[in-house]
Design a protein around this ligand. Structure first.
Ligand SMILES: Nc1ncnc2c1ncn2[C@@H]1O[C@H](COP(=O)(O)OP(=O)(O)OP(=O)(O)O)[C@@H](O)[C@H]1O
Ligand SMILES: [Mg+2]
Length: 380
């Protein structure tokens, strides 16, 4: 016979084991099975049962231990009235040997865990109730965690599928409009205007889809893949700046550089990074101010910074500016922004072994600086 203290210690140990097992469980099925199994073991009883609430709060049996699966299956409909009585019948115990506790997450009841207490157990024992409640709460949290994870994974997969499938039709629209626009002399002014609008909308949709695909790759696919080859960062940045000058004749762009600009990088991806930073500087900088791009070499790195004048980004916002969908302006998403730009930029830069920093002050404006390791170019 164990002394009460030893018995308590043993129970405490077992409870810790249950918590640990629930933490490692991956699927909700596994959590449900473990909970009923371990609750029965912990309370030294042959039978346990677990019910979960649906959206309307109605409970139905989701797992059991020591009970005939066929019997519990019959109780798959929501159980509302006479619930306790039915459960007592199911567990085959009189009321004084029935113990049921709610499963609670964030103050909300998400289910019920019940056991048939062993014959000889003190009716109304607080110790039993405490033990079962501890298991029920652990299970409720573990279930909530997998539910959120499963939902997140489903959402990411959906984004991937949808954006992938949209690429082809949009590619066809883009090809068709540019073919028609090549024969400008055969079109009247109205047709040119409409076609140009179709083209710019399709280009915008195509950019958004590319961003969504990059997001899923960075988030789910283990990071954005980069193919590094040696090249001249200055040449690349110059090309991007020239494109912006053509697209924004009303804005001033300055480009300065110092040091050896050779490094190993993925040219398309780096052009995307610099393009994104300059596009933000144009979009969020004050109209009429210039955008300054500077390149310099520091140790084994090439540093590229993009600076603009305008509204200062608050310190709190700076803390998570590289997280997805962090927009200063609550109406940003209405003006064609998704809020993935900087998240993708950071992912591309880290895939190159580099990093990105940001500073924003009244005096200096906002400056994003990327550090790109020069790789084999540094050893030449
Ligand atoms: N140069 C900048 N100056 C001021 N604020 C900026 C600057 N760059 C980014 N921000 C702020 O950070 C937010 C996030 O930028 P990010 O590029 O990730 O998304 P976005 O520009 O809103 O959307 P997307 O780039 O996907 O079209 C922006 O909405 C803006 O509020
Ligand atoms: Mg942006």
């Amino acid at each position: 016979m164990l002394r009460p203290d030893d018995q308590r210690l043993q129970q405490f140990r077992r409870l810790t084991e249950v918590s640990r097992a629930l933490t490692y469980a991956i699927t909700s099925e596994e959590i449900l099975r473990l909970t009923t199994e371990r609750a029965a073991e912990l309370l030294e009883t042959p039978k346990s049962i677990l019910l979960l609430a649906d959206e309307e709060g109605a409970l139905s049996i989701r797992a059991s231990f020591g009970l005939d699966a066929d019997v519990t299956r019959r109780y798959h409909e929501p159980l509302t009235e006479r619930l306790i009585f039915q459960l007592q019948l199911l567990l085959g115990v009189p009321p004084d040997r029935f113990l049921g506790v709610p499963m609670v997450v964030g103050g909300e009841v998400t289910g019920l865990l019940a056991v048939a207490l062993p014959a000889g157990a003190t009716p109304g024992s607080l110790e039993h109730e405490w033990l079962l409640s501890a298991v029920a709460d652990q299970a409720a949290v573990a279930l909530e965690k997998t539910r959120l994870e499963e939902r997140g994974k489903f959402r990411d997969r959906l984004i991937g599928i949808v954006s992938h499938d949209l690429r082809t039709p949009i590619g066809v629209i883009l090809m068709g409009t540019s073919m028609l626009l090549e024969e400008v002399d055969q079109l009247d002014a109205h047709a040119i205007k409409v076609l140009s609008r179709i083209q710019s909308s399709a280009e915008r949709a195509s950019r958004m889809i590319a961003d969504l695909l990059d997001y899923t790759q960075a988030h789910l696919g283990g990071g954005i893949h980069v193919d590094r080859k040696s090249g001249d960062v200055h040449l690349l940045v110059q090309q991007v700046v020239t494109d912006f000058e053509a697209a924004h004749p009303d804005r001033d762009f300055e480009l300065v550089h110092d040091g050896d600009p050779h490094a190993d990088f993925d040219a398309d991806r780096m052009a995307q990074v610099v393009g994104n930073l300059i596009s933000n500087a144009v979009q969020y900088g004050d109209a009429g101010t210039s955008v300054r791009v500077a390149l310099r070499t520091q140790d084994e790195n090439v540093l590229v910074s993009v600076q603009n004048r305008g509204r200062v980004i608050s310190p709190e916002h700076l803390l998570n500016i590289f997280e997805p969908m962090q927009q200063l302006d609550p109406h940003a998403s209405r003006n064609r922004s998704v809020g993935l730009g900087l998240y993708i930029v950071e992912n591309i830069v880290t895939a190159h072994g580099g990093d990105i920093a940001v500073e924003s002050t009244e005096a200096e404006g906002t400056t994003f600086t990327i550090r790109l390791p020069r790789g084999s170019a540094a050893r030449r």
